[in-house]
Design a protein around this ligand. Structure first.
Ligand code: DAS
Length: 357
């Protein structure tokens, strides 16, 4: 063999070794992300590309969702599990507990670096808050949904799912509580909610996004300050059922029948979604005091989207032994009340919990 041939062979061997090494390094460095699918619009299908709002939710299985975004393989090793296939307005306490227990088990697996949960938009805010309160891990747990089905023009699900997988594999996502990836935003699972019911920029929080995901990279600007995940006193591994909590929506001329019906149906707490600052109609105060005296907790939230309900402002909460929901909207307050009631029925302890979570 001539000198030229042997030096070419040597060069080829070096190049090949480098290429294999690089591929191996990339493969080893890619995080392992599990996608838990529960249904929703992100798994929806419409009759035509023009159907962005008329479609059937919860149709597409998780493996098809993953296959629909081949770029996921560039950022992580991804595998899927189909936990449910439902529209999220149909979530129940039992389904919340089942999902959270699966997330908790996966989070304990050293081979899992992050978890994505595909979910309907209607109640993703409740599920994300429930998980942030009860799953003890600092690994990224990222909820993702979409406002349009994958069959629609300018469908938002593919990029939302890609961003969610990026976040689930991002070391900077660790310890931030459960996240929601929607419309390029990184949102806190504690305080983000669906505030528009028909547009792709549906989700936001009055306290702002935590950051952005752009072209497969996360940009962080803030972190949650409330207790969550590993710093939570609540643990899904010791929760099997959730107490029933109901919301009564405040309005003019509302009467008291709905409060009485909620108490009669066995609710352990009633979330009062009051007008203004959680205001209670004068004709309803005695009814709520009677319900409180029967052992049911009264928690004042507000139908007004932003702000926070101040204790003893509109009503003498100390005197009536009522609780205020801080900045939590009624549906978030319902989740926190149900979780808190698995541990305590003391209104003073409940109030501490509403200030801390
Ligand atoms: N019905 C809605 C849900 O499943 C569809 C969606 O927006 O995801 O929450």
């Amino acid at each position: 063999m001539s000198l030229m041939q042997s030096s070419l062979r040597g060069l080829l061997a070096v190049v090949l070794t480098a290429a294999v090494g690089c591929a191996l390094a990339q493969s080893v460095s890619k995080p392992n992300v599990v996608v838990l699918a529960t249904g929703g619009t992100i798994a929806g299908a419409g009759a035509s590309a023009a159907n962005s709002a008329t479609y059937q939710a919860a149709k597409v299985p998780v493996d098809k969702l993953i296959a629909g975004v081949p770029e996921l393989a560039d950022v992580a090793h991804v595998r899927g599990e189909q936990v449910f296939q439902i529209a999220s307005e149909s979530f129940t306490n039992e389904k919340l507990v089942t999902l959270a227990k699966r997330v908790s088990a996966l989070a304990k697996d050293p081979a899992v670096d992050g978890i994505v949960i595909t979910h309907g938009t209607d109640t993703v805010e409740e599920t994300s808050f429930f998980l942030t309160l009860t799953v003890h891990t600092d690994k990224p747990i990222v909820m993702v949904a979409s406002m349009r089905p994958g069959t629609a023009m300018s469908a938002d699900g593919m990029l939302n799912l890609y961003n969610a997988v990026v976040l689930a594999g991002d070391k900077e996502s660790r310890g931030k509580g459960v996240l929601i990836a929607m419309n390029d935003d990184i949102l806190s699972g504690r305080d983000a909610s669906k505030r528009i019911n028909i547009k792709t920029n549906a989700f936001s929080s009055q306290w702002g996004a935590l950051g952005l995901v752009v072209e497969g990279r996360s940009y962080w600007f803030r972190a949650p300050v409330k207790r969550h995940t590993v710093n939570s006193e609540f643990d899904i591994d010791s929760i099997s059922t959730l107490p029933d909590v109901q919301i009564v929506y405040g309005s003019g001329n509302m009467g008291t029948a709905l409060y009485e019906a909620a108490a009669k149906s066995g609710a352990k707490a009633i979330i009062h979604a009051g007008t203004g600052n959680g205001s209670v109609a004068d004709y309803a105060v005695e009814t709520l005091k009677k319900i409180r005296a029967s052992g049911v907790q009264i928690i004042r939230s507000a139908r007004v989207a932003d702000g926070l309900v101040l204790r003893n402002s509109e009503q003498p909460d100390d005197k009536y032994d009522w609780v205020v929901a801080n900045d939590l909207n009624p549906q978030k307050a319902k989740i926190l009340a149900a979780v808190a009631l698995t541990k305590t029925n003391d209104p003073k302890e409940l109030q501490r919990i509403f200030w801390q979570y």
